[in-house]
Ligand binder design. Structure first.
Ligand code: ADP
Ligand code: MG
Length: 247
């Protein structure tokens, strides 16, 4: 018997319901929401502010739990499992890049990059690490601490950290939100390369059409519903679609 390690669907969410608050202040963000994220694709999640983008990403990554419904990631159910089991899945199968780089100030770039594998007690493939560090232009920055690096370099360290364990999925929430255009472009190109050349799966939340245009698929959210999808989209097509859901 052969056990396939190939997944055509990286993440599957079914019947997701999520509300915040109680009584008068109760706000329903998702009511029976479904989505599939394809393996080896770059998916961007877009939509107006408050449409549920971050909440969705947090639920898909097990950073927040839905009130009901379930999520599977790389064939594993990540809803209704213990915190310990979830932490293990997160460490071994997910990488994260946030708007705030979340690097440890007292650690060098190299120590920051190696932290997830240290926590997960996994062995990093030195050739793979070398390739991504080189690709990200960080080879001569590994001994620097975050405050000695530019914003773009810090975010590239965060991308290397997310990648080094070769996770099943990389989640990025507004990864270019705090960067200038040039640094943002570098980070987006790196994520694009990870998908095109390394077969990575990336889920990125962004409000920027230029950033979303790096994706294979753009999912447009409004008020907790998928109101549109674009494949291999241009910046213009994304901007137009975003205008339509925002008005
Ligand atoms: P987006 O990322 O698209 O801007 P969010 O997913 O952050 O939207 O938020 C969706 C809605 O849920 C917003 O109205 C927001 O105010 C609300 N919300 C998000 N997180 C919380 C929370 N922890 N407590 C209460 N309301 C929240
Ligand atoms: Mg958000």
């Amino acid at each position: 018997m052969t056990i396939s390690t190939e997944y055509s669907t990286a993440i599957s969410a079914r019947g997701i319901c999520k509300s915040f608050g109680t009584g008068e202040a109760r706000l329903t963000v998702f009511n029976n929401f479904n989505i599939d994220i394809a393996d080896g694709q770059f998916t961007a999640i877009m939509g107006p502010s408050g449409s549920g983008k971050s909440t969705l990403m947090h639920i898909l990554a097990g950073l927040d739990s839905p009130d009901s419904g379930f999520v599977t990631l790389a064939g594993r159910t990540i809803t209704d499992i213990s915190d310990a089991a979830l932490t293990k899945i997160r460490r071994n199968h997910m990488g994260f890049v946030f708007q705030a780089f979340n690097l440890i100030p007292a650690m060098t770039a190299d120590e920051n990059i190696m932290l997830p594998s240290k926590l997960a007690r996994t062995n990093v493939d030195p050739q793979f690490k070398h390739a991504i560090v080189d690709n990200l232009g960080l080879s001569d920055r590994l001994t620097h601490r975050p405050h000695e690096l530019s914003g773009g370099q810090q975010q590239r360290v965060a991308v290397a950290r997310a990648l080094v364990n070769q996770p099943d999925v990389i989640f990025a929430d507004e990864p270019t939100g705090a960067l200038d255009t040039r640094s943002g472009t570098e980070v987006l190109q790196t994520l694009r390369t990870c998908v095109s050349e390394l077969g990575q799966t990336v889920v990125m939340v962004t409000h920027d059409p230029a950033a979303a245009a790096y994706a294979d698929r753009v999912v447009m959210l409004a008020d907790g519903y998928i109101v549109g999808e674009l494949y291999s989209p241009t910046v213009e097509a994304i901007s137009q679609a975003l205008l339509e859901v925002t008005k």
